[in-house]
Ligand binder design. Structure first.
Ligand code: 8YV
Length: 329
């Protein structure tokens, strides 16, 4: 139907969601799921009025150069460091993300990594599979670190950080946090969390969880200097973004056991993982799956589609990032 507006779905989505979109739109879909090159992305964006994208697609002036009809770019992701927001705004395009729907699922995964890392779960499994488990032993089996009774340090205290803090209460952990701005007294109370400087957090926390957005300012928030402040018994969990941690410096700290272990869901240059990290047993690796449950990934796709439909229907998208672009019709 030539009358239907054209949209781009840059990556594979659930078939039912795609089928529903096809009722209202002429869809350029990519169920093969290969990541478009910048050149392909630029071509695909030319001539569509809306696009569903993910963190893997960089949306900047170059990508938008020929996108004369584009009204909305809807990220299927809460983090939007793949967006050059000023460039998108200059192009008069609405930008949206998917907050809230993934908060609890991602906070749960923070705890999955905390547990797996502190209690050496994946390392233990590899040990069994390698046929190394020949007897129960008091001292010669993998010994981990406790979560209960320990101090949890959270860097980045947005929705997900607060979700991690609330879970920590159930584990009997003391929670300290660092954030660009302090939480309100009521929010601090709800999380039973105390604000500290980044240095104090790194010095005193037994487990450090990173949940801050990636930006030029947060690049290498954890590098050699910061790792040196941490306790040799401490663990580091990254469910934020690759680039927040200097992975090479982290590999060195893990190798030299200046920290106990790390749990990583995100990596600098992912899906490549620094080979130095791959050599180590005291690191738990996950392929960027903190939001990956059936229910939540569907909710993220649905919210991105709600944003797209709202924008193309002249309504304000529910999670609009650049409100200045929206003009009520
Ligand atoms: C996304 C994420 O799956 O929401 C985020 O910020 O990191 C993940 O939930 C990923 O960014 C792909 O878009």
């Amino acid at each position: 139907n030539a009358q239907k507006p054209k949209i781009l779905v840059a990556r594979a989505i659930f078939p039912e969601a795609l089928a529903k979109l096809e009722e209202s739109f002429e869809v350029r879909s990519n169920q093969a799921d290969q990541i478009l090159t910048p050149e392909e992305l630029k071509k695909e964006l030319a001539g569509v009025v809306g696009a569903l994208v993910t963190g893997s697609e960089r949306i900047d002036a170059q990508a938008l150069a020929q996108a004369k009809d584009l009204k909305i770019v809807a990220n299927i992701s809460v983090g939007y460091n793949n967006f050059d927001v000023p460039a998108i705004t200059t192009a008069g395009v609405m930008a949206t993300n998917t907050p809230d729907v993934l908060t609890d699922t991602t906070a749960d995964f923070g705890f999955a990594l905390l547990m797996a890392t502190a209690r050496r779960i994946t390392e233990s499994e590899h040990w069994i599979r390698a046929g190394k488990w020949d007897k129960w032993s008091i001292v010669n089996n993998p010994l981990g670190m406790d979560l209960h009774g320990s101090t949890l340090g959270i860097i980045g205290m947005g929705r997900i950080g607060q979700g991690v803090a609330k879970r920590a209460l159930g584990f009997g952990m003391k929670v300290i946090y660092h954030n660009r701005s302090r939480l309100s007294e009521a929010d601090e109370k709800a999380c039973a969390a105390s604000y500290v400087s980044k240095e104090e957090l790194l010095r005193t926390a037994d487990h450090v969880v990173l949940v801050l957005p990636y930006s030029a300012q947060s690049h290498h928030t954890i590098g050699e200097k910061e790792l040196a402040l941490m306790k040799p018994t401490a663990t580091l969990i990254n469910i934020a973004r690759g680039g927040i941690v200097d992975d090479l410096a982290l590999a060195k700290a893990l190798r030299e056991k200046t920290i106990f272990a790390a749990g990583l869901d995100v990596f600098e240059g992912e899906p490549s993982v620094n080979p130095e990290l791959l050599k180590l047993s005291n690191v738990v690796l996950a392929p960027h799956i903190a939001s990956a449950t059936e229910k939540t990934r569907r909710a993220m796709v649905d919210l991105a589609i709600d944003n797209l439909r709202a924008a193309l229907g002249g309504k304000k998208p529910p999670s609009l990032i650049n409100a200045e672009v929206f003009k009520a019709e």
